[in-house]
Design a protein around this ligand. Structure first.
Ligand SMILES: Cc1ncc(COP(=O)(O)O)c(C=O)c1O
Length: 408
C-alpha cells in the first residue's frame, strides 16, 4: 500500500493550493493550441549574442568569485552598479547600498515581504484585480485581504479612503497596500501621478506601508508619466520592488528590493533561510550587462516589438469581440484585460476555448472579492502576431456563439 502523506504535512500547506488555472492550462501543453494565457517575454527580446559573450568573459575573468557563494544581501559590486542604473532609469536615489537587497526574482521579494510583514488577520490591501502570484504569496500568512477597484487612472484612491476609514473604525491593523502602478498585471492600467501623490498622503494619514511592484516600469511604449511612487516617499513607507525578468531575461532570476535599511536587515534574515543568496553567476553577468549598457541599448527594440504586438491584439479584439465587451489599452507590459458581456463565465468557457484551439486566463482568481466572472487576461508578448490574430478571432467567434445560444 502506498504511504499517505497527509498526516506528515504542515498546516500551512492547506494555503498552498495549486493554482486552478494552472491545472486547466496543463491541457494547453498537451495540444498544439494558441496560448494567450502565459506571461512569458518574447524569446526574441533576449540579447543573446551579448549575453553569450558576457557569460564567457565573466567565467574566465571573474570565475573564482562568480562561481563562489555570495553575501545574502547581494554581490556588493552589483548593488553599486544597480544604484546607478535605478538612478538613471527610474530617478530613484538609493541612499546606500545597504538599502538594496538582491533577490531571486520579484516573486521571492513578494515571499520575503509576506513572511516578514504579515501576521494572520492583518489587513493587506490589494487591487481589484491584483497580480495572482502576489495574492498567493501573501495568502500563506493568512491576512484579511481588502480589495480596492481600479479604473483607467489606476487605483481608486477615493474608495481606498473609504475602506481605510472602515478598517480603522473596526480597529483593524493595516499592514500594507500592494500595487503594480505601471502597466498593471493583469488590468493593463497605469496610475496617474495625482493618485500616486494621494496614495502617499493616505499612507501617512492611516499609517501603512506601500509595496510598489515596478516590474513593468521600463517596459512602457507610450509617452506617459512613469514616475515611481517611491519618488514621493518622504518617510520610508514605500518598499520598491523590481526585476530583470522583463527587461533582460527571467531565467537569470534577478530581482531586488529597495527600502530603508532596518527593513532590508529583516528581509536579509528571511532570505538567508530561503536560499542563502541569489545566484552569484547571474549577479556577475548582470554587473557586466549594466556596465556595458546592454539593457538600455536593447530596450527600444523590445518596446517596439511589444507595441506592435499590443496593437495587433487591440485591433483583433476590436474586430472580433462581441458588442458589450470592454478591454484595457495598456501603455506597456505584457497583457490586455477584457470584460466580456456579463452572461459569460470565462472560467466555464475555458475548456471550450481550449477545444477550439485557444487559451486565456480567466480573470476571477485575480479578484480577492470573488468578482470578475466575466473577465479574462490576454497575453500579447509571447505569441506571434499571426497567432494573436488567429487566437482572438477564434475567441471572438466562441464568445458570440456562446451569447447567441443563451439568448436566441
Ligand atoms: C506584477 C508582477 N510582479 C512580479 C512578477 C514576477 O517576476 P519575477 O519573479 O520573474 O521577477 C511578475 C511576473 O510576471 C509580475 O507580472
Amino acid at each position: 500500500m502506498k504511504l499517505k502523506y497527509d498526516k506528515f504535512l504542515s498546516n500551512l500547506t492547506q494555503f498552498m493550493k495549486a493554482s486552478e488555472i494552472r491545472e486547466l492550462l496543463k491541457l494547453v501543453e498537451k495540444k498544439r493550441i494558441i496560448s494567450l494565457a502565459g506571461g512569458l517575454p518574447d524569446p526574441n527580446s533576449f540579447p543573446i549574442e551579448e549575453l553569450a559573450k558576457i557569460a564567457q568573459e565573466v567565467i574566465e575573468v571573474y570565475g573564482k568569485k562568480a562561481l563562489q557563494y555570495a553575501p545574502t544581501r547581494g554581490v556588493t559590486m552589483f548593488r553599486e552598479v544597480l544604484m546607478g542604473f535605478v538612478a538613471k532609469t527610474r530617478g530613484i536615489k538609493v541612499p546606500s547600498i545597504e538599502s538594496i537587497i538582491i533577490t531571486s526574482g520579484s516573486q521571492q521579494s513578494l515571499d520575503i515581504i509576506s513572511r516578514t510583514l504579515i501576521d494572520p488577520g492583518d489587513v493587506v490591501l490589494v487591487e481589484l484585480p491584483s497580480y495572482l502570484a502576489a495574492i498567493n504569496a501573501f495568502k500563506i500568512q493568512r491576512p484579511e485581504f481588502v480589495g480596492i477597484p481600479l479604473d483607467n487612472n489606476g487605483l481608486r484612491v477615493d474608495i481606498l479612503e473609504e475602506k481605510l476609514k472602515k478598517a480603522k473604525e473596526e480597529g483593524k491593523k493595516i499592514k500594507f497596500l500592494y500595487t503594480v502602478p505601471i502597466a498593471h498585471n493583469p488590468a493593463g492600467v497605469t496610475m496617474s501621478i495625482e493618485r500616486k501623490k494621494r496614495l502617499i498622503e493616505l499612507a501617512e494619514e492611516y499609517d501603512f506601508l506601500i509595496v510598489e511592484d515596478d516590474v513593468y516600469g521600463l517596459l512602457v511604449f507610450e509617452k506617459v508619466d512613469t514616475t515611481p511612487i517611491k519618488l514621493f516617499d518622504k518617510s520610508g513607507r514605500v518598499i520598491y520592488i523590481a526585476s530583470f525578468s522583463k527587461i533582460l531575461s527571467p531565467g537569470l532570476r534577478l530581482g531586488y528590493i529597495i527600502a530603508e535599511e532596518p527593513l532590508v536587515d529583516v528581509f536579509e534574515r528571511a532570505k538567508q533561510s530561503m536560499d542563502l543568496h541569489t545566484s552569484s553567476l547571474s549577479q556577475f553577468i548582470a554587473i557586466e550587462v549594466l556596465r556595458k549598457g546592454v539593457i538600455e541599448k536593447n530596450l527600444p527594440r523590445v518596446r517596439e516589438m511589444y507595441r506592435k504586438k499590443r496593437d495587433v491584439m487591440l485591433d483583433a479584439i476590436e474586430e472580433n469581440f462581441p458588442e458589450g465587451s470592454l478591454w484595457s489599452r495598456p501603455v506597456g507590459g505584457l497583457f490586455i484585460f477584457a470584460w466580456t458581456p456579463k452572461e459569460i463565465d470565462t472560467y466555464k468557457l475555458l475548456p471550450k476555448a481550449v477545444e477550439k484551439g485557444v487559451a486565456y486566463v480567466p480573470g476571477k482568481p485575480f479578484f480577492v472579492d470573488g468578482s470578475g466572472t466575466n473577465t479574462m487576461r490576454l497575453n500579447f508578448s509571447y505569441p506571434t502576431e499571426d497567432d494573436i490574430k488567429k487566437g482572438i478571432e477564434i475567441l471572438g467567434k466562441l464568445l458570440k456563439e456562446e451569447l447567441s445560444t443563451r439568448y436566441p
